[in-house]
Design a protein around this ligand. Structure first.
Ligand SMILES: Cc1cc2nc3c(=O)[nH]c(=O)nc-3n(C[C@H](O)[C@H](O)[C@H](O)COP(=O)(O)OP(=O)(O)OC[C@H]3O[C@@H](n4cnc5c(N)ncnc54)[C@H](O)[C@@H]3O)c2cc1C
Length: 368
């Protein structure tokens, strides 16, 4: 079994691993991405693509990363488009965040000061912003609507472009064979072992998403959190104009007239089945918001596995094994957080001081 050498090996070709591979390559490192299946076909393919940066919903410890990453997005997407030659549907229409009934009152009361809430006031009457919405008084008596100037992106476009851009830059790929473990020689990372090959590098980064905890020597406490979604074709291309989030369901319109409806949050192990009854409930929740969606044709339903952690925060940085790093656990926000994660991790891996301190995201917070 021959052993080839790279400067860095990234385990996992999801959006986190791909973005990091590109960033390390830009710093002049020879990078190999090792993927157990087909690149970009797990959580990063299943995601909705909201780039949610809204104080009422983002965990306080994540806000600095979320805001920094949201700001990086237009340039991140432009770079991937240029290097891949592919178009990425990045939309800046904004998000309507709707709260109703008891949940709404509770969520708003634990949120920012009234002044901050004012910053999220609707830019116009709801009926003009989103004419297809069921009249608020009919939907719920205590209806609160806020507006966030967020973007959204088609994660499948994004991931395909990241794969093409990485290849174009000369990042190497090995796919279809899982990493069994990170090899450690004299206490330092020396590469990875798969069932068919060994690949050598002094730097190894575990970006294996929900599976990250299965790769020795470290057993990061990641777990899969299943999310089911469906995609419909809207009867009119701009029937729904904004991303709409409610406590029950969210709607994400794409520029070509598709609408993504999501998503469940289930503890179901590594099961990725889309269950017809569950998909039907999601569709019904969408219909309750936008009745005209009854005319929409269902295109596809699917499920994916978010990389969850015990405290809902990512695991980022060095590990006790020199040369071995981790970037995973992005849970519901990995599409949003990919650019900032790639930037900070590449700084850490190449011995620079990261521009945002990520010590609070260290794996050491979970003990040994
Ligand atoms: C239904 C749903 C909706 C979502 N909506 C949003 C959203 O709107 N906005 C947002 O920001 N985020 C969203 N997310 C979360 C987002 O998808 C994830 O946080 C993000 O994709 C994680 O990226 P990743 O690269 O870490 O993981 P993944 O994309 O899962 O990639 C990990 C890769 O590692 C590979 N791998 C695993 N084990 C091994 C091994 N042993 N050897 C080699 N390779 C291995 C896997 O095959 C996989 O390709 C959503 C997720 C789901 C499921």
């Amino acid at each position: 079994m021959g052993v080839k050498n790279w400067d860095a090996i990234v385990i996992g070709a999801g959006i986190v691993g791909l973005s990091l591979a590109i960033e390390l390559n830009q710093l002049g490192l020879r990078v190999l991405v090792v993927e157990k299946g087909e690149p970009g076909r797990e959580a990063s393919w299943a995601a909705g693509g909201m780039l949610a940066d809204f104080p009422l919903e983002t965990p306080p410890l994540l806000r600095e990363l979320a805001t920094a990453s949201a700001r990086m997005y237009p340039e991140f997407v432009r770079g991937l488009e240029e290097e891949s030659g592919l178009k990425i549907d990045l939309r800046s229409v904004g998000t309507l965040v709707l709260f109703h009934g008891e949940t709404g009152v509770h969520r708003v009361s634990v949120g920012p000061s009234p002044a901050t809430t004012e910053a999220y006031a609707l830019p116009g009457p709801l009926a003009e912003l989103e004419p297809a919405l069921r009249a608020p008084d009919a939907a719920a008596p205590q209806f609160t609507a806020l507006y966030a100037q967020e973007r959204c992106v088609d994660p499948r476009h994004l991931t395909s472009a990241a794969i093409a851009a990485a290849r174009h830059r000369g990042v190497d790929f090995s796919s279809g064979d899982p990493v069994l473990d990170v090899e450690v020689v004299n206490g330092k990372a020396s590469g990875v072992r798969t069932s068919k090959a060994r690949f050598a590098a002094g730097l190894v980064v575990n970006c294996a998403g929900a599976w990250a905890g299965k790769i020795p020597p470290h057993h990061f406490p990641t777990r899969p959190v299943k999310g089911q979604m469906l995609c419909v074709v809207m009867p009119e291309k701009e029937l729904v104009r904004h991303v709409i989030r409610t406590p029950d369901v969210y709607l994400i319109p794409r520029s070509d007239g598709r609408l993504v409806i999501g998503a469940t949050q289930e503890e179901a192990g590594f099961d990725k089945q889309a269950v017809p009854g569950t998909i039907q409930k999601l569709r019904q929740a969408a219909l309750n918001l936008v009745p005209k969606l009854a005319e929409a044709r269902i295109l596809e339903a699917w499920a994916g596995l978010r990389p969850g952690t015990p405290d809902g925060l990512p695991i980022l940085g060095a590990t006790p094994t020199p040369g071995c790093f981790v970037a995973t656990g992005h849970f519901r926000d990995g599409i949003l957080l990919a650019p900032v994660t790639a930037r900070l991790m590449s700084q850490i891996i190449t011995g620079q001081t990261p521009q945002i301190d990520v010590l609070k995201f260290s794996a050491s917070r979970f003990g040994s």
